[in-house]
Each structure stands twice: as C-alpha cells, then as structure tokens.
Design a protein around this ligand. Structure first.
Ligand code: ADP
Ligand code: MG
Length: 456
C-alpha cells in the first residue's frame, strides 16, 4: 500500500475508536481489546487474534463493519488478514502464524445480488434447529426455496420477537436458492438499508440505478419492515418495487417484529399487500429447543460442550437466542483466553457476568411469596402464617416449593421466611407438591403458569 503511509497501530486505533461507538462496552472489551495490529502490507491489514474461534467470531460478526470503517479511514478497500497466536496470549510474541479462510483474506462484501447477494453463508436450513416454535415458518421457507416463484406464499411474511431466528431463516432461503441455481438473483436487504439507498438515490439523482438494483431480483428478502413505519416516501417507493416484482412472479419475503395488523404508521395499501400471501410467526423456543440450538452451534464450531453446560445456559439465559448465543460465545472466549477447558466452574463464572449484565432479576424468597400471593389471591400474611385451611396450605407449599426451585434457597432459609418453620416441613411441602404435579397434569400446569408469572 504505497499511498497509505500509516502505522498499523495508528490505523487500528482509528478503527477501534470508531468501533467503540457501534458496539457495547462489553463487546468491545471482549472482542477488540485483545486484538493486536501487526502490519500493513500490500492491500491488507494483519491483525493478531488469540484463537481461531476469535477469528471466526470477529469475522462473522464484525467483519463487514471493520471493512467499512477501514474504508472510511483510508479511503481504500483494505482487506483484513488474521493471524492466530498459539501458546501464550498476545503480549508474549512466541506465536505461530496460522492464517485462515481460503487465501486468508476477507474480501469486502459485494453490494449487489448478482455476485455477493449479501447473504451470510452461515445461515442455512441445515443449521436452523426446528422446534414447535418455528416449525411452520421453517416449512414455509423451505417450500418457497424449493419452488421459487411457484408457491402461493407470496409474499411470505415472517414475524416474531427479536433474536428468534427471522434473519437466519430468510437468509437460509436465499442461500438455498443460490445453492441450487447460481444464476438466480437474490437480494437481501433490511428496510433501513432500503431507506438509506432510497435517500441516497434521491440525493444523487440516480433513482434508476436504485430501481434496477431492487427490481432485478428473483428473490427479494427485506428484513425488519417495521422500520418503514412513518417513512411515507420510502413506503411509496417500496410499494412500487413490491408491485413490480410481484406482477412478474418474483418472490418476496419480509420479516417484521410484530403481526402486520399491529404495524402502525404503515400505509393501508402497503399493509394489505403484505398480508396477501402467507403470514407465519416464530415464537420463543422451549427449553429443549434452546438446548438443541446451543448444541448445534457448538457442534458447528467444532466444539463439544457438556450437556450440563448447555442446560445451564439454556435455563439461565431466557431472553432470545442471540442472547443465549452470546453467553456461549462469552464462555468460549473465557476458555480461549484463559487456556482452560470448558467446564462447570468456568461456565458459572462466565454466565454470572452475563446474567449480571442482562437485567435478569435475582428473585428472593420474599419475591416468591409475594407473587404466589398475587396469583392465588391469598395474603402474604396467611401464606407465612399458621392457618390450616386447604387453599392456604396449598399456597404455602407452592411458595416453599418455588423458593427451592427458583431461588435455590436452603431448607433452613425457606423455613425461616415462612414464620420460622422446621426444615422438615419444607421437605414435606416440596415432596407433596412434586407428587401432586406428577399425578395431576392440571396441577402441574397451574404450577408452571405460576412459575412463569413469578419469573416475569
Ligand atoms: P431475528 O432476525 O429474529 O432477530 P436472528 O435470525 O438474527 O434473529 O437470530 C439470532 C441468532 O439466533 C442467530 O445467530 C441465529 O443463527 C440463531 N438462531 C435463531 N433461531 C435459531 C434456530 N432455530 N436454530 C439455530 N439458530 C437459531
Ligand atoms: Mg433480524
């Protein structure tokens, strides 16, 4: 790089100061601080990272942003080369260079569908774990991919909460389609990117290029259309793009975070278009599905994670899948940085911080008593009191059982909170709740629903 007279460290510092603005403090500390810039040669910047896993994570999650920032700073299409340190962490430079990814270079993603398609290759149907929560969405996506433009599912609209797999699924359609036929033009975009493109087209007065870009697609994937809310001109533009594609039998797949009927600030005619094909949802996955997803992710990374650890993560990180993955990644980062195996103590440590960060609340025995009191409409005073009325005893036992299950409190401690009872009383309570749950499905369901409310 002749015209780039800068030191690697200087350049890297510029990049990281930009990255700081776009990633969380935590992510920055975990992923960027350990990186060491090594050299600038030819057309690439070489970065030293602590492990192969690190490289993969940075590449898949921040690769594009890093390239963008590099371009902003240097005005050049610099590539990034990663070298992995084996042995001691970076400060100690007794390293063996291993460079990954084909030629070891990461090329900037191509803007256009005909070459780059903007799809993340990692998102496939194969690694999209099926559960009751996403079955229909997955089946519909597969149908669309297998018979592009020939199903009645046009548009296919997938809605569901954040981090539940919408992007993964629609990109899987794109990847599948390209796999079968490289000539098919797939274009993936987000509604935000669509908006930006549109604005920039207006500014630069080249709306024909804009139209061409989107209207050439055989399969147009538009992620997160909720961001079109209140952007009337962009909606208008989108409406035309949509109609044009639709009339020519091209497939459109959209995602949104809620059912279209709940999308305010969207023109009716656009809404009715969105609803004219098939609408499917993705719900939050069950514990089993969450565990299966984690196992799959670990497997794909070539790791074997003990069952008890996936269980620990899946039970404790209850938000979306992305958060759960974050916990897994954190654990891997811990293990890779400390050169230790992935085991329970390490997992607990890594998870502890993750839980501390997400605002997942730590429930106390008193919280449990209060919630049970609310749900069962029996005063707290009665619950911890001495009354022997059947429903009061039942509420008391449920609260004791949940204190044990959710808070993990000791028998003595629970006894103490329930008016100074003996630990044997607590044992008895837990046992009798368990027996009732086993014998009466209704009761079990009731307990589970109380549990859910308590944990909310
Ligand atoms: P959304 O677009 O709904 O916010 P994403 O598609 O970005 O969610 O998913 C978040 C993360 O969770 C991704 O890394 C994705 O691979 C993963 N994920 C979600 N659902 C599944 C699933 N069923 N199987 C495997 N991975 C999943
Ligand atoms: Mg998404």
């Amino acid at each position: 790089m002749d015209n780039l007279k800068t030191e690697p460290l200087e350049l890297w510092n510029n990049v990281t100061s930009k990255m700081k603005k776009v990633v969380s403090e935590q992510a920055f500390a975990t992923w960027f601080e350990p990186i060491k810039p090594v050299s600038i040669e030819k057309e690439s910047l070489t970065l030293e990272v602590p492990s192969k896993f690190y490289y993969e994570w940075i590449d898949s999650h921040y690769g594009n942003v890093l390239l963008e920032k590099l371009k902003e700073i240097t005005g050049e299409n610099l590539k990034i080369r990663y070298s992995v340190v084996i042995g001691e962490p970076i400060s100690n430079s007794n390293k063996v260079d291993t460079v990954f990814k084909d030629d070891g270079l990461i090329s900037p993603v191509n803007e256009y569908y005909d070459s780059g398609s903007k799809l993340n290759k990692r998102y496939t149907f194969d690694n999209f774990v099926e559960g009751a929560n996403n079955q229909l969405a997955k089946a519909a996506s597969i149908s669309v991919a297998k018979a592009l433009g020939e199903t009645a599912f046009n548009p296919l609209l997938i809605y569901g909460g954040v981090g539940l797999g919408k992007t993964h699924l629609i990109q899987a359609v794109g990847n599948e389609v390209i796999k079968d036929n490289v000539d098919t033009k797939v274009h993936y975009t987000t509604s935000e990117k669509f908006t930006l493109d549109f604005i920039s087209a207006i500014q630069k007065n080249n709306s024909s290029k804009f139209s061409e870009k989107y209207r050439n697609a055989d399969l147009l994937l538009v992620d997160d259309i909720q961001f079109l809310q209140n952007k009337e001109q962009t909606q208008e533009q989108f409406f035309h793009t949509f109609n044009d594609l639709y009339q020519r039998g091209k497939q459109i797949i959209l995602t949104t975070d809620r059912h279209p009927s709940e999308l305010n600030g969207l023109k009716d005619r656009l809404l009715s278009r969105f609803q004219s094909g098939l609408i499917v949802d993705i719900q939050a996955p069950s514990l089993e599905t969450r565990m299966a997803i984690l196992q799959k992710k670990a497997e794909d990374d070539g790791l074997s994670i003990p069952f008890e650890i996936t269980e620990l993560i899946a039970t404790n990180v209850r938000g979306n899948i992305r958060e759960m993955e974050g916990a897994l990644i954190k654990l891997l980062a811990y293990s890779s940085l400390s050169h230790s195996d992935i085991n329970m103590p390490l997992a607990k440590k890594a998870l502890h911080e993750t839980l501390g960060r997400s605002e997942s609340k730590k429930l106390t025995i008193d919280d449990i008593i209060q919630s049970v009191s609310d749900v069962m409409e029996i005063s707290e005073k009665k619950i911890i009191g001495r009354g022997r009325k059947m429903e009061v005893v039942s509420a008391r036992q449920i609260a004791m059982y949940l204190s044990r299950e959710i808070v993990g409190a000791s028998l003595e401690n629970i006894g103490l909170h329930f008016g100074g009872r003996d630990h044997s009383t607590v044992i008895h309570a837990c046992k009798s709740i368990k027996i009732r749950m086993k014998n009466k499905p209704d009761f079990k369901e009731q307990i589970n629903s109380i549990r859910t409310k308590v944990e909310l």
